[in-house]
Design a protein around this ligand. Structure first.
Ligand code: BES
Ligand code: MN
Ligand code: ZN
Length: 490
């Protein structure tokens, strides 16, 4: 999907699509105004949100499409994003190679011109996305499409700024989705590390630490998880921005390219979905994809952004760690591994320790498909956020709101931390039947964050499995890339 902004409607296109709110008459230039009048006179124009209608006018473009926005007062960024995705879908359905999308700030409702520009770019790019699975016969290549977006009335400068950042964020999300959707044997820690290495350049630096380096760093918790797999673990370090920056933000991703549960093995049903257990890593990689493509250009450069990913499989090989084993994390904490399936926190705790030791960050955020419990608590449309610093948590909630990727805070109190103490070590990796599984995961990590401002996003519900919504069909959603972008934008 190629998208661009265009100054005015050309009407020589294969298809013109307009977004229309209930009761609105779009102010279109000739000959499109005649197309609208003709379409309207049929009584077939649908203005309910996400509803589309297509007409074949006598003059002007070959096809004239209308996509509904519902009531104008209800229009927001999510509506606009979905409407743009519907426009892309009706064009693709009809085999159209290039089309124009005509919008007007009168129909942006609650969204500013800047927000509308971003949402529309996102809807087009994300809506066009399909995962291309490996097949014996190469599938017929989908006809790539070109879409020219025309802002008929409104603040062109603000709209263009939003459009540019929306495109960068959506392309980064598509990049994340592609890695996330790959089967566990196709996207190994090594494949993830190689994908990261390709992001080097244009201000992004990448290095990958192999097992011997991790042993030297004494990352016993991370290595304990990796022991059960024949795939070597990889620790990915990505840097953006000058080392002299006033503020350093570390963004840390759980990169379990497959989680069988280990010796505390998972049930067979849906175990294949544990290919998605690297979606935290996917979000971090997506963020750096966007940074490489200029997401942060022009922003205040007194901020450095560090991406860290602990990538491994959790398997049951002969060397696999056993329930009850004691491991020592990089920062010295000993951990009783009571359940080998609570492995995400074991890889993250060493990544957090690494962040603190080498970057002394002003803020840390980790993203992880950490608990099934968060799916029970919040479902697939809201991610959980917990942390040790309310200001940082609030910043993330605001970023999630701006990206239409909502976050909901769960409590993390001293009493929850007390539940993580072990008789045989400093900490246990589960809370021993106390319930509140999502809180327990965060409580465990809080010991490693110490007093560095830190927040934890549990994206196990939102990373996949949500309902289809025009710009998302099925499989990995590429969640949190856009939230992270909004967060680092500040
Ligand atoms: N990757 C899983 C979490 C998960 C499970 C995400 C199901 C989405 C769907 C994680 O590593 C895990 O297994 N967590 C355990 C923790 C438990 C053993 C304390 C869980 O949620 O059951
Ligand atoms: Mn697990
Ligand atoms: Zn896991």
């Amino acid at each position: 999907m190629k998208i661009r902004l265009q100054q005015s409607a050309s009407a020589k296109t294969e298809m013109s699509v307009v977004l229309v709110a209930e009761g609105d008459a779009p102010q279109l230039p000739a000959p499109l105004s005649a197309c609208w009048d003709a379409a309207k006179s049929t009584g077939d124009v649908k203005t309910d949100a996400q509803k589309a209608s297509v007409f074949h006018p006598h003059a002007g473009p070959k096809r004239f499409g209308c996509v509904g926005l519902g009531k104008r007062k209800d229009v927001d960024t999510e509506r606009l994003r979905r409407a743009a995705a519907v426009a892309q879908a009706i064009a693709e359905d009809r085999g159209v190679r290039s089309f124009e999308l005509l919008v007007d700030d009168a129909m942006f409702g609650k969204a500013s011109a800047e927000e509308a520009g971003a949402a529309i770019a996102e809807g087009l790019v994300l809506g066009a996305y399909r995962y291309q699975p490996p097949k014996k016969d190469d599938p017929k290549p989908r006809k790539g499409q070109d879409c020219a977006v025309v802002l008929l009335h409104g603040d062109h400068k603000a709209f263009a700024a939003g459009f540019a950042r929306g495109e960068i964020g959506a392309e980064a999300t598509v990049f994340a989705r592609d890695l996330e959707n790959m089967a566990g044997n196709l996207c190994t820690p090594t494949v993830l590390a190689n994908a990261a290495k390709k992001l080097a350049g244009n201000g992004v630096k990448v290095k990958v630490l192999d097992k011997p380096a991790l042993e030297k760093l004494k990352m016993g918790a991370f290595l304990g998880v990796a022991k059960g797999s024949s795939e070597p673990p990889k620790f990915i370090v990505m840097e953006y921005g000058p080392a002299s920056a006033k503020e350093t933000v570390c963004v840390i991703g759980k990169g379990l390219t497959f989680d069988s549960g280990g010796i505390s093995i998972k049930p067979a049903a849906k175990m294949d979905e544990m290919r998605y257990d690297m979606c935290g890593a996917g979000a971090v990689l997506g963020l750096f994809h966007a940074l490489k493509n200029g997401a942060h250009k022009g922003a205040k450069q007194n901020r450095r952004i560090i991406g860290l990913i602990a990538a491994t499989e959790n398997m049951v090989g002969p060397e696999a760690q056993k329930p009850g084993d004691i491991v020592r994390a990089m920062d010295g904490h000993t951990i009783e591994v009571l359940n080998t399936d609570a492995e995400g926190r074991l890889v993250l705790c060493d990544a957090i320790a690494y962040a603190k030791k080498f970057y002394k960050p002003s803020k840390m955020v980790d993203l992880a498909t950490l608990t099934g419990a968060v799916v029970v608590a919040l479902g697939h449309e809201v991610a959980g956020v917990l942390g040790n610093d309310q200001k940082l948590t609030d910043e993330l909630i605001a970023a999630g709101k701006a990206a239409d990727e909502p976050l909901w805070q769960l409590p993390l109190w001293d009493v929850h931390k007390d539940q993580m103490k072990s008789k045989f070590a400093d900490l246990a990796n589960i809370n021993g039947g106390q319930g509140g599984g999502t809180i327990a995961g965060a409580a465990f990590l809080s010991f490693f964050a110490g007093d560095t401002p830190w927040a934890h996003l549990d994206i196990a519900g939102t990373a996949w499995g949500g309902i289809a919504k025009d710009y998302y069909r099925s499989g990995a959603s590429g969640t949190a890339v856009r939230t992270l972008l909004a967060f680092v934008r500040g």
